[in-house]
Write a protein of this length. Structure first.
Length: 159
């Protein structure tokens, strides 16, 4: 049987209206809570990565300054004061001279070849620098935040 176009379909209104396909409030709260719990380890890992990166950057800068200071002192002509050389290395990094400390010692040989010598405090003996003098320069560089400190010994002589 054919239907007429002007005939009204009464069965269409009889079907109950479908519920909206969205999420309920409880489903949304559970979803947000689960996502939050999943994000906590990721945030902790990111924070740890940033801290380690910052620490490694500072350690690298300290090592660079220390290497530069040791190289400058090593290349300097022998004398009793190497202050300008290690301070220049620290200033090249943009740090204060207080970030570096230096201790000097000079070597006194033993009376015989089989007798050990000793290290005396100071850059030079009382008479000043002389040929054959062996000096030990201990250089310590500390990062501006004070967390990293590295040291190196440079032995100088013209023997």
């Amino acid at each position: 049987m054919k239907r007429r176009v002007d005939q009204v379909d009464e069965t269409a209104d009889a079907v109950p209206a479908r519920r909206d396909g969205g999420f309920s409030l409880v489903e949304m709260v559970v979803t947000v809570t689960l996502m939050g719990l999943a994000m906590i380890p990721l945030m902790v890992a990111a924070l740890s990565l940033v801290k380690n990166s910052s620490f490694n950057r500072n350690a690298t800068r300290v090592e660079t300054v220390l290497s530069n200071a040791a190289d400058r002192v090593n290349r300097a002509t022998e004398g009793c004061d190497y202050t300008i050389y290690y301070e220049a290395a620290v200033q090249a990094e943009g740090w204060s001279e207080s970030q570096v400390s230096v201790n000097y010692a000079w070597y006194t040989p033993g009376a015989t070849a089989t007798t050990a010598g000793t290290w005396q405090t100071g850059a030079c003996p009382a008479g000043g620098y002389s040929d054959g003098l062996v000096q030990r320069v201990n250089i310590t560089v500390t990062s501006p935040d004070g967390r990293i400190s590295r040291s190196v010994q440079v032995v100088k002589s013209n023997i």
